[in-house]
Design a protein around this ligand. Sequence first.
Ligand code: HEC
Ligand code: HEC
Length: 361
Amino acid sequence: MSRVGTIGMCVVLLGALSCTPRRTLSEPRPAVVSGPTEPEVLRSGAWSMTLPLGLQADSAYIPDDNPMTDAKIALGKALYFDRRLSEDATIACASCHRPHHGFADPHAVSEGVDQQLGGRNSPTVINRLFSAEQFWDGRAEDLERQAHGPITNPVEMAMPNHEAAIARLRAVRGYGPLFLDAFGDQTIDLDRVGKAIATYERTVLAGDSPFDRYQAGDRDALSPSAIRGLALFNGKANCVTCHAGFNFTDESYHNIGVGMDAPTPDLGRFAETNNAFDRGAFKTPTLRNVAQTAPFMHDGSEPTLASVVELYNRGGVPNADLSEEIVPLDLSVSAQRDLVAFLEALTGTVTNIAAPTSLPQ
Ligand code: HEC
Ligand code: HEC
């Protein structure tokens, strides 16, 4: 579902064809960020939910073989908060994607079992409903498959293998009835675990922010500074080129230079695709509720929204593969403050945030 086309130049170098494609957006770019001005209803089979204001129901991605049901949401929520899915029963999904930190992690990189550190910042789980591909480099094709990874990742939940994780769940008598309600029988397997967790994650949504209320006609919802920031976002600061549409992302991958000055930089999507134009490219993250999820970027290297805006104002981090859309912006200090005020106005209440009152025993 990539929305990116490439126009490239190819040359014959030492007998081999060498291409240096240029990344361009193939679809017409929306001139401004915009979204629905009335709450929309999301439907999946007989199940439905009124989305927070500003979120677009027809952009939801729900695989045909995993329709939403209340029973599956409840099971997935229990699994998401259950530390028993980790080797020493200390780490749950919720340890690194914390509900009260915008479903992200206050540390630059997260601590897994035995205080082991990973290499990347934990992205938010908010509004994953609107993406198929997951991870900073898009290597998981959907939320269902993404959920399998952390369970056996040695620096995350560190289970020796998935069979051990499933055996752990089968030993909890209370899970059988929840799988029965969600899937029609008590069988517990990895496929069902992934489906249930993904279904819960799809209900973790943020909208109805001051920005959404402003769009819907409440002219007092944004401060004058945030209104100026909105104009910059859509105009001189060029943010909307990548942070496009109602969820503030083009669902694509770009090199803005973060970490590219390191001795051995994380090359991001390149490791996944081996395409030269993906060197140092990472997924454009949503900006909804971004004020809650510091620190920022795939390596957690930017501590504040003000420092993120300064980075863009400098023109990112220079490197051979820097996106052509990243150029010095020449914004005044007060214009930078306005942009931050706008980013802060993207914070809305988060649905389904409360931890389960008890876990199956
Ligand atoms: C030890 C910390 C840690 C734990 C535990 C953990 N995650 Fe993550 N999660 C991360 C990091 C770090 C990334 C980014 C990795 C990357 O992109 O390469 C990530 C990425 C994700 C993403 C992709 C989001 C996006 O925008 O692409 C989802 C969804 C997610 N995790 C859900 C889960 C679920 C579900 C669990 C439990 C089964 C879980 N995580 C357990 C740290 C953790
Ligand atoms: C060329 C596409 C592009 C443009 C233009 C762009 N961004 Fe980004 N943005 C990204 C990508 C890609 C990332 C993640 C980069 C990384 O982690 O290496 C990102 C990350 C961010 C983050 C951090 C979010 C998080 O959860 O860590 C913020 C905040 C942000 N951008 C705001 C802005 C603002 C404000 C502007 C305009 C001044 C802007 N962006 C322009 C692509 C872009």
